[in-house]
Design a protein. Sequence first.
Length: 243
Amino acid sequence: MAPSSTVRRLASRVAPVPGERIDSWLEATATRMQMPLGALARRLELPTDARPAWRNALSENQCATVAAATGVAPDTLSAMTLSSYDGTALRLHPESNRLNATFPFGAMTWSRYCPECLNESQGRWQITWRLGWSFACLAHSRLLADCCPSCGMNQRRHHSYPRTPTPMLCRCGDSLVATPTPRLSQDHPVIEAQRQIFKVIHGGLTYLGVLGATQANEADTIVSTSDFSVTSALVPASGCTRC
């Protein structure tokens, strides 16, 4: 699919970091260019809805236009949307690309986060933090935060298009990088549960109790991860007292 004839290559470009989601990358680009997120979205011909469908999946035209303007390959762009998990960790409606709420756990309309990852990456948000199946950071062996510890607000439920992004701050103005969440050992059952769930989601071999080692990449297999007691892991995940 050919890009829009009106699109121009951006003067300043930012490379996505591994595992980053598309809205985070666009925010990093807008910050580099010192412009509001909405202005960048309009240059890329992306809708500025409060919960835009392009976070879930890019159309062929959108993908071609963004690739032409940024120099990022279409496959990389698609991998930064929730469509890369369609049928394994969530389900999208085929026509609207909206989230199917009937899929077990699925994806959230807001995002959890690891404060250390945010600090180390200078505010780059991981796509897996949007997954209902994601509750712990394997890199730092700690539970993900659910919300801002100061105001109790879930993060990234809506985009703020009129201003230059501040991805390490809550909309209340407080920093997110110092949010307290429980730290766990690398061999803690909750960390091991998260590790195995990611193996299932990404189609690798995993051990599912009496099922044994299984090649798992379908939604019905993911449901079997209830053996990992995900629910008990989510209860203390926020580190917030007002969620």
